[in-house]
Design a protein around this ligand. Sequence first.
Ligand code: XLS
Ligand code: NI
Ligand code: NI
Length: 442
Amino acid sequence: MNVTTGTTTYFKNVQAVHYEGKDSNNPFAFRFYCPTQTVGNKTMAEHLRFAVAYWHSFCGTGADPFGAPTRNLPWLQAADPMQRAYDKMDAAFEFITKIGIPFYCFHDYDLVEEAATLGESEDRLRKIVAYAQQKQQESGVQLLWGTANLFSHPRYMNGAATNSDFQVVCHAAAQVKNAIDATVALGGSNYVFWGGREGYASLLNTNMKREQEHLARFLAMARDYGRRNGFTGTFLIEPKPMEPSKHQYDFDAATVIAFLRQHDLLSDFKLNIEVNHATLAHHTFQHELQVAADAGALGSIDANRGDYQNGWDTDQFPNNVYELTEALLVILQAGGFTTGGVNFDAKVRRNSVDPEDLFFAHIGGMDAFARALLAAHAILEEGTYTTFMRERYESFDQGAGRDFETGKLSLNDLRELAHRLGEPVARSGRQEWVENLLARFV
Ligand code: XLS
Ligand code: NI
Ligand code: NI
């Protein structure tokens, strides 16, 4: 089958997107995101390391459980699946280059559709990865992370690495091996595991302990394979409490960190924290980031937002600068990203059917992050906030408080101090004051 590549322009009405400053009314310009602007010791581009998600932006058709596709994607029209994959990649790199995002992320079968046999799927993957190598080289766009889709195919209905059938586990392993190979070939900085079907619906048919041990074994095998075959980046686990499984094993950051620690995987694995997954777990995004950061395991983020009324993963583009500022405060204080970045795991709404809508969505998200970065950096520079935080805990900085922290006191010593010092004076937590302080910078 002959294929043609690089001949079609898919986003004809949009040229390269540039920074024009906050007074610009050009909807195809950045008003805050200026990639070369220095914020502290890094440029905005280096701080944020934006990535486009292949699945939402180039595979998502707008189909939902109640209706047919609404986005009529011109790159998915060819009859031959390989031709469709090449067209999709041309469209992806045209978009990524025009918007000026430095990274992208994919699942194996986002790049090319899965074939009827594993052998044929591997053959398709090899071809499209070779083309991706060429496109990356021409454009300078890099791979933030690769992953394997272990949730869409019906064989994974009972899980992938945690399936009750060993044959399915083998199939999942084949996919992960191939996806790690692709990630290495494309110089990916991270490799992600999101356990969409790694969980269960009923305990009546589930041996949870055995399934979780299988997951740990599987992750260790993937780690060993990757390390032996040239993967020097970070392995990431992306927590999510539910959807599609009723109970997902990677419920939230604390659960995943305990699991990694129990199975001695914390030195190779970090976390990829997604905003809408945090809120599904009844946490804030900031909370999940802080839990990961405190364990030295903050790797990367999937940027999006949920809906305040709907209780599912709506994956909308981020736009709340105040909330993002709180998140950036955690990220900056943790030292920022190293191999990770900000992946827009977000989709345009079902009725956003024009090619331009993809630009508006990403421009809005990038500008929101840029504003939050500027605000968070300014707050930390100005110093009132950090002084406030330090003073709140200053009773532990010397004397008996210090002795308590360093393990020099017993429970009885504390009782004696309680007698000697008397009733403590109430000290305000100053939440509203500190919220107002933040608002000054947003
Ligand atoms: C789904 C997840 C998924 C991962 C990659 O909710 O966010 O998109 O990021 O498998
Ligand atoms: Ni995600
Ligand atoms: Ni998600």
